[in-house]
Design a protein. Structure first.
Length: 165
């Protein structure tokens, strides 16, 4: 890691983006979701797993809220001292590596941390800022290539495409 001169903090890249990737869902999506949850709940009620039914219903509620309420915008900043995301600053010593993934057509920056919480920092990138962010972070953190896709990853992707949940 290069040593910085005590001249002050220099901002390398700044961008604003939503907290998470947002995809507006239609009525068909929620109809499919309710149908699948209803069938699973019937089976669980037959086995008298009422608490598990409650957990599943709570998760469906969270999925509904995440699909219908747009996330707030946050400012992200990469400086010579570290990363500031959502009002919290992470020094370069707290971060270990980074990589980019595509999610619903948007680039998402993933940064692993050395601290217990949060173990990973996510930031949605704008189309024009992805290359600039990668270049700025490469000066301070190692870039990790995307992990090898396993059969389990392919299976879950296939299910998520077919069920459209």
């Amino acid at each position: 890691m290069p040593e910085e001169k005590p001249e002050g903090i220099k901002t390398l890249v700044t961008w604003k983006s939503p907290l998470r990737v947002f995809k507006k869902r239609d009525q068909r999506h929620f109809t499919n979701l309710i149908l699948v949850v209803f069938l699973i709940s019937l089976v669980l009620i037959f086995f008298k797993e009422f608490l598990l039914v409650g957990v599943i219903l709570a998760l469906v509620f969270v999925a509904y809220v995440n699909s219908s309420v747009e996330p707030p915008e946050f400012e992200h900043k990469i400086t010579t001292q570290g990363l500031t995301s959502g009002g919290h600053t992470y020094a370069w010593g707290e971060l270990s590596n980074f990589w980019l993934v595509q999610k619903d057509g948007r680039a998402v920056l993933n940064i692993d941390t050395k601290v217990r919480f949060p173990g990973r920092v996510f930031a949605v990138l704008n189309d024009d800022s992805a290359a600039e962010v990668q270049q700025a972070l490469s000066k301070y953190l190692p870039f990790r290539e995307e992990l090898k896709v396993t059969w389990l990853d392919r299976l879950t992707d296939w299910f998520s495409q077919k069920l459209q949940l």
